[in-house]
Design a protein. Structure first.
Length: 369
C-alpha cells in the first residue's frame, strides 16, 4: 500500500508512553507561554498513529481550540515544496539543474552571476543573501513578488558561486521565478495543479488559497492589539504576507497534508496511484549536493546533519530529510525507520529546542526497528 491509513502505535512498533512524552513537551510549552498553539502528527510504516492539536487558534481566551486539522503558516518548510515544483520540470526535460540561471532569467547577469547554476539555488551555494538589503522597505510598501525577484537579480553575491554555503531565501525565490517562466503559470497555480490536487492536500496552499486569515493559526503569542506598527502592516499575521505566496516561506498546511507529502517522497514520488515526481528526482532531492563544502544539503531538503538545521533532533538516522520553519515548525521523514514527524507551532521557542526535544521523544518511542 502506498497511502496513509490510521493505526495504533503498538501495531507498528512504537511505544505510546514515548509519544505521550512528546505531547507533554508541547503542552508544557503552552502552559509556560512559550507558544500558544501546536499540532503533532506522527506516521510509521504508512500508519497515522498520532494526530492531536493543542492550544488556541489565536491569543484570546474565547478563541477556538487548535485541532489536528488546523492550518499553520509553515515558513521555510515552503522551500522544499518550491524545489519539488522545479524538479517536476526537470523530469519533463524543460529544465536542467546544471544550466546557468541566466539561461532562464536573462536579467541575472554580471558580477559572477553567470556562474550560478540552478542547482546552486536549491542547495544554498549560489552566493545570494537570505534577505534583500531593502527587505523591510519592500514589505512596508507591500511589494509584489515581481519586485522581490527584480531585487534578487540585482543584489550583490556574498561569495563566488559554489565556493561556500550560506542559507538563503532568495535562491528559492529565483527557483520559483524559473518555474513560472518555463511553465507559464504562477507558482501557486502550478503547485495546486501538480502537487496539492493530485495528492488531495486540501488544506495546503501557497498563499491564502481562498481562506481568511482569521481561519488560520495565529503566529506568535502576542495579540493583534499588542503588535508593533510594522507587525500590523506586513508581519506574519497580515493579509498581505499571508497571501503574498512567498516561495521561500508562504505556504499554509496542516500535519496530515505534510505527512502525505513526506510519504510520497519516501514512496519514491508515488502516492495513491499518482506519480508526482520521478524516482530519480525524488532520490536526487535527498542526496547531499555539497560534499565538497562539508555543508550537507539536498535539492531543497535539509538533511539530518545539515549545518543550520538540527530541529529533527539528535536521534534520527543519517537518511533523514525534511525542513524547519521560522514560525516554529518542523517536518521530517526517517526512511530507515519508516517514521514521519510533523511538529507545527506558532512561535520558534528557545532557538528550536522545543522542536528538537519533541522530535527526540518521537524517535526514542520507536521500539521495533
Amino acid at each position: 500500500m502506498e497511502i496513509l491509513e490510521t493505526g495504533s502505535p503498538e501495531e507498528v512498533g512504537v511505544d505510546s508512553a514515548g509519544l505521550e512524552r512528546a505531547e507533554g513537551h508541547l503542552s508544557n510549552a503552552i502552559n509556560l507561554g512559550d507558544i500558544s498553539a501546536a499540532s503533532l502528527t506522527i506516521v510509521r510504516r504508512r500508519k497515522v498513529i498520532f494526530e492531536r492539536g493543542y492550544g488556541l487558534m489565536y491569543p484570546a481566551t474565547d478563541a477556538p481550540k487548535v485541532n489536528p486539522g488546523s492550518i499553520f503558516l509553515l515558513a521555510s518548510i515552503t522551500k522544499p515544496v518550491t524545489a519539488w515544483s522545479l524538479m517536476q520540470l526537470v523530469d519533463e526535460g524543460e529544465i536542467s539543474i546544471d544550466d546557468p540561471v541566466i539561461h532562464y532569467l536573462p536579467k541575472f547577469s554580471g558580477e559572477m552571476r553567470d556562474q550560478v547554476l540552478v542547482r546552486h539555488l536549491l542547495s544554498h551555494t549560489s552566493g545570494l543573501p537570505d534577505m534583500l538589503p531593502n527587505n523591510v522597505e519592500l514589505r512596508r510598501s507591500h511589494a509584489t513578488l515581481d519586485e522581490f525577484v527584480e531585487g534578487a537579480q540585482k543584489t550583490p553575491l556574498l561569495f563566488p558561486p559554489n565556493s561556500s554555503f550560506s542559507y538563503q531565501s532568495k535562491g528559492t525565490l529565483l527557483a520559483a521565478a524559473i518555474v513560472e517562466r518555463v511553465s507559464g503559470e504562477s507558482l501557486r497555480d502550478f503547485q495546486q495543479r501538480r502537487i496539492f490536487s493530485p495528492l488531495d492536500m486540501r488544506s495546503s496552499s501557497l498563499g491564502l488559497g481562498g481562506r481568511r486569515v482569521e481561519d488560520l493559526v495565529w503566529c506568535g503569542t502576542v495579540s493583534a492589539d499588542n503588535e508593533s506598527e510594522d507587525e500590523r502592516s506586513w508581519g506574519w499575521n497580515t493579509e498581505y504576507w499571508r497571501n503574498l505566496g512567498a516561495p521561500w516561506g508562504g505556504m499554509h498546511s496542516n500535519g496530515r497534508d505534510l505527512a502525505v507529502l513526506l510519504q510520497t517522497a519516501m514512496n519514491g514520488g508515488r502516492y495513491d496511484g499518482h506519480r508526482i515526481l520521478s524516482l530519480a528526482s525524488t532520490q536526487a532531492m535527498q542526496l547531499n549536493q555539497n560534499t565538497h563544502l562539508g555543508a550537507p544539503w539536498g535539492l531543497g531538503w535539509a538533511l539530518s546533519d545539515s549545518i543550520v538545521w538540527n530541529r529533527c533532533g539528535e536521534l534520527v538516522s543519517n537518511k533523514t530529510f525534511g525542513h524547519t520553519g521560522a514560525t516554529g515548525t518542523v517536518a521530517w521523514a526517517d526512511p530507515l525507520r519508516e517514521l514521519i514527524c510533523i511538529v507545527l507551532t506558532n512561535k520558534m521557542s528557545h532557538e528550536g529546542s522545543l522542536l528538537r526535544r519533541v522530535s527526540n521523544a518521537v524517535s526514542a518511542a520507536v521500539v521495533d526497528p
